[in-house]
Design a protein around this ligand. Structure first.
Ligand SMILES: *[C@@H]1O[C@H](CO)[C@@H](O)[C@H](O)[C@H]1NC(C)=O
Ligand SMILES: *[C@@H]1O[C@H](CO)[C@@H](O)[C@H](O)[C@H]1NC(C)=O
Ligand SMILES: *[C@@H]1O[C@H](CO)[C@@H](O)[C@H](O)[C@H]1NC(C)=O
Ligand SMILES: *[C@@H]1O[C@H](CO)[C@@H](O)[C@H](O)[C@H]1NC(C)=O
Ligand SMILES: *[C@@H]1O[C@H](CO)[C@@H](O)[C@H](O)[C@H]1NC(C)=O
Length: 315
C-alpha cells in the first residue's frame, strides 16, 4: 500500500518536472503564458488566478496568428477545473484577441475557426515530453505532418466562401474526408465556430469586464472574443485529468475576403496552457527552488489532487 502510493507520488512528481522543463522554452516557441500578461497570483502560492468576465482560470496559453490582411490576432486558451471527489470538470476556454470590436468588418474579412478534438471535446493529444511549441508538426505520431497541414489549409481554402454559415459544413468535410496526407487519430472531431456573421462571438463589454482582474491577450489593448469552451468530465481513477487539462488542441482559423471567393488564408496552431507566471519564473530563474528546498508548486499538482503543502511556496 505504502510502496505503491509512494511510487505513484514519484511518478507524479516526475510528470511535473517534465511539465516545468518543457515550459521553460515557451517564450521562444511563440506560446506565451501568465508570465507574459501579469495574471494575478493567489496569496502564498505560485498559482495564477486570471479572472475574465466572471470566469477564473489557473493556467493559460497565448499565441498570435495573422489574418488575410497581415494584421495580428491572438488566440488564448484558458483552463480551469472544478472538482468533486475524484471527478473533475475541466473547462478549456478559447478566446480571440482582436485590434478593435469591428476588426473583421473593418478589414472586409469573414472567418471561421475549427478545433480538432477528441469525441468528448478534449485535447487531441497530450505530449508532456515535447518542448512547448505552437507548431503542430513538431509532434510525433499525431498525424499533422507539414504536408498534411498544407493540404488541410488548401482544402479549407477551397471550401471557403464569405458566408460563415458554411463553417459547419467545412468542418464536416475536414472531419469525414481529410487530405490523404493526414493520418489523424480515429475519432478526431472537428468543431466549427464562426468568427463573423450573426453566429459570431461578441467582444466582452466594459460592463461584463467589471469583475475581471486579468486581460489575457497581447497587446493588452485588444478586444477579447469568447469563442468556444470545451467542458470535459474526467476522473483521477481513469487518469484523464492531467491529459484533459494540459493537452493540446490544434486550432485552424480561415479568413476570407468578403465579396472575393478567390481570396482566403488559413492558419493552424497547436494550443495548450503553459504553467508559468511571474512567481514561478522568478523562483526558477534565481534557483532558490532547489537551493533552499523551496517548493514552487504549480497548478498541475493541484489538478492531481496533491494539495497538501503543495499549493504553497514554502519558504
Ligand atoms: C480569483 O479572482 C476572482 C476575481 O477577483 C475572485 O472572485 C475569485 O474568488 C478568485 N479565486 C480564488 C480561488 O481566490
Ligand atoms: C471556469 O470556466 C468556465 C468556462 O469559461 C466558466 O463558465 C466558469 O465560471 C469558470 N469557473 C470559475 C470557478 O470561474
Ligand atoms: C478589462 O479589464 C482588465 C482588467 O481590469 C483591463 O486590463 C482591460 O483593459 C479591460 N478591457 C476592456 C476592453 O474593458
Ligand atoms: C473518466 O471518468 C469520468 C468521470 O467518471 C467520465 O465522465 C469519463 O467519461 C471517463 N473517461 C474515460 C476516457 O473513460
Ligand atoms: C478515489 O481514487 C482513489 C485512488 O484511485 C481510490 O482509492 C478511491 O476509492 C477513489 N474514491 C472514490 C470515492 O471513488
Amino acid at each position: 500500500m505504502f510502496m505503491s502510493s509512494s511510487r505513484s507520488l514519484r511518478t507524479r512528481a516526475g510528470v511535473l518536472a517534465l511539465l516545468l522543463q518543457s515550459t521553460q522554452t515557451s517564450a521562444q516557441s511563440g506560446l506565451l503564458s501568465c508570465a507574459n500578461v501579469d495574471c494575478p497570483i493567489l496569496d502564498n502560492t505560485a498559482i495564477s488566478n486570471c479572472s475574465v468576465a466572471g470566469a477564473s482560470y489557473s493556467v493559460i496559453g497565448l499565441t498570435s496568428i495573422q489574418s488575410l490582411s497581415g494584421s495580428n490576432l491572438e488566440w488564448t486558451i484558458a483552463v480551469n477545473q472544478s472538482k468533486t471527489g475524484n471527478n473533475s470538470l475541466i473547462n478549456r476556454a478559447f478566446y480571440l484577441g482582436v485590434e478593435s470590436s469591428n476588426f473583421f468588418e473593418s478589414q472586409g474579412q469573414s472567418a471561421c475557426s475549427f478545433f480538432f478534438t477528441t469525441l468528448d471535446d478534449g485535447p487531441l493529444f497530450y505530449d508532456s515530453m515535447t518542448p512547448v511549441s505552437t507548431d503542430c508538426t513538431s509532434r510525433d505520431g499525431t498525424g499533422f505532418s507539414s504536408q498534411c497541414i498544407s493540404d488541410l489549409k488548401s482544402q479549407a481554402n477551397n471550401l471557403a466562401t464569405s458566408d460563415t454559415s458554411i463553417c459547419n459544413s467545412i468542418a464536416q468535410t475536414l472531419q469525414d474526408d481529410p487530405p490523404s496526407s493526414c493520418s489523424l487519430a480515429s475519432g478526431t472531431k472537428v468543431v466549427a465556430v464562426p468568427l463573423t456573421g450573426s453566429l459570431g462571438p461578441e467582444p466582452i463589454s466594459a460592463a461584463e469586464n467589471e469583475t475581471s482582474n486579468c486581460w489575457p491577450t497581447l497587446p493588452k489593448t485588444n478586444q477579447l472574443l469568447p469563442v468556444w469552451t470545451a467542458s470535459i468530465y474526467t476522473s483521477i481513477d481513469n487518469d484523464t485529468t492531467i491529459r484533459s487539462g494540459a493537452g493540446t488542441t490544434p486550432v485552424m482559423t480561415i479568413f476570407f475576403a468578403e465579396g472575393n471567393n478567390e481570396k482566403s488564408s488559413a492558419e493552424l496552431v497547436c494550443l495548450r496552457p503553459v504553467d508559468l507566471n511571474e512567481k514561478s519564473v522568478e523562483t526558477m530563474d534565481d534557483g532558490t527552488s532547489e537551493a533552499q528546498g523551496m517548493h514552487v508548486v504549480s497548478y498541475w499538482l493541484v489538478v492531481l489532487g496533491l494539495t497538501f503543502s503543495a499549493t504553497l511556496v514554502l519558504l
